[in-house]
Design a protein around this ligand. Structure first.
Ligand SMILES: [Zn+2]
Length: 410
């Protein structure tokens, strides 16, 4: 196929949070954006021009919190089964989950761990494929304090053991970040009830230093004021969930450049499954409302908020759930260009992905195209195309060197 030198795009959301450009012509030179100008012209038939005048284009999306080894099934038996299934079975599920992500414009994911380390093994075994088109950052197994919450996604730290020592002893080939669990789950019985931290400030500081000495980032599962405060003061890179962490913690995160992944979809999915006639459902709805308030504040003060779904959780399906997560951003007052920034450049910053950029002059070009105007987003992600900078050949999902295999968890 011929190399594309010009692209007519109906709308560009560049990923920086800047204004949406309408009716544009991009000139491409040597894989990079040379210029972006206005054009009224809609019909180009040159062999080197890609006509996307009916499409919105934006940089590749990231889901910054997933559990690839788990599906979003709501059947109790299936959830239990997949937790203990072997790698040979789970690898097919991981393939399917990656395919679902690509189908929704997600070209990078950050995995929050599984207690068998299957996602890490998958990454090791598929390193060639995963360089292109999908980037996967993994934690392997997370760490939690013995007898506390965390056995689903991690391995225990015994009471007499030091988390930092364990981190330093582990072999971390192919791993990009350490996952530490530093609180319990959100209560679905008592609204706003907080749990105690799993590790104290000194333990967390030592653990963060150990991770940094290995060149690894630290993602911390934390809900509630004290667990989040300890994690942020210890110097972690991101707070996952952060329900009921409070405004003071958000201010500290903005100051210390700690990213926040609010993962609202699990609450929403639970609410939809259970309904508000039960107490659990009511509390889930209130939790979600409170989280949206925190997101509004985070937007105002400029926290690096990053979109992440917690896919693999109850009712949270890979790929499609990012649409649900992005819908919540608009409820928290984010305009579509700001929402896309949270799922693109904010995420690139946290993951230190340098192969993707904003759609700005001088940058290499990788992008997603969805039919219609930005007003159709995020719903239009259900039908999107990926374009890579490998000669700017259009790559519909089906043409990618990738065949999903179906193997449902029984
Ligand atoms: Zn998670």
């Amino acid at each position: 196929m011929a190399k594309v030198k010009k692209i007519i795009a109906g709308w560009i959301i560049d990923g920086t949070g800047g204004p949406v450009y309408e009716k544009t012509l991009l000139n491409i030179d040597n894989g990079k954006i040379k210029s972006i100008t206005n054009t009224e012209q809609k019909d180009y038939y040159d062999h080197d021009t890609l006509n996307l005048s009916e499409y919105t284009i934006f940089p590749p999306l990231v889901d910054a919190h997933v559990h690839l080894a788990m599906s979003g099934t709501i059947k109790k038996k299936n959830r239990e089964h997949q937790l203990n299934a072997g790698y040979d079975e789970i690898k097919h599920n991981i393939s399917n989950h990656i395919y679902s992500c690509l189908s929704h414009g997600i070209m990078a994911v950050r995995d929050g761990g599984d207690h068998c380390g299957h996602s890490l093994k998958f990454k090791k075994n598929n390193s060639n494929f995963l360089k292109n088109p999908m980037i996967i950052h993994v934690a392997g197994k997370g760490w939690y304090r013995e007898e506390r919450y965390g056995s689903l996604v991690g391995q225990p730290v015994a009471k007499n053991e030091s988390l930092a020592d364990l981190i330093l002893k582990e072999k971390y080939d192919d791993v990009q970040h350490i996952k530490i669990i530093n609180s319990g789950l959100n209560s679905l019985n008592d609204y706003g009830k907080e749990t105690a931290p799993q590790f104290n400030l000194l333990e967390m500081k030592e653990a963060v230093n150990a991770a940094k000495s290995l060149g690894l980032k630290v993602m911390v599962h934390a809900n509630g004021k004290i667990p989040v405060k300890i994690s942020v003061e210890a110097g972690c890179d991101s707070i996952e969930h952060g329900y009921f962490m409070g405004m003071k913690n958000l201010e500290l995160m903005a100051k210390n450049n700690v990213s926040w992944i609010p993962t609202t979809t699990p609450m929403k999915a639970f609410l939809e499954q259970i309904g508000t006639s039960s107490n659990d459902g009511k509390i889930a709805g209130l939790n979600l409302k409170h989280q949206i308030k925190q997101m509004e504040f985070a937007r105002e003060i400029g926290v690096n908020v990053v979109a992440g779904t917690d896919s693999g959780g109850f009712g949270v399906n890979h790929g499609v759930s990012l649409i649900e997560e992005l819908k919540i951003f608009s409820k928290a007052g984010y305009k579509i260009n700001e929402t896309i920034r949270c799922a693109t450049t904010n995420a690139y910053r946290l993951l230190e992905i340098d192969s993707f950029n904003s759609l700005s002059i001088g940058n290499r070009l990788n992008f997603i195209a969805t039919k219609g105007s930005p007003a159709e987003l995020p719903y239009s992600l259900n039908d999107c195309s990926i374009f890579n900078n490998d000669g700017f050949v259009k790559s519909p999902i089906s043409a990618l060197r990738y065949t999903p295999r179906h193997c449902d968890v029984r």
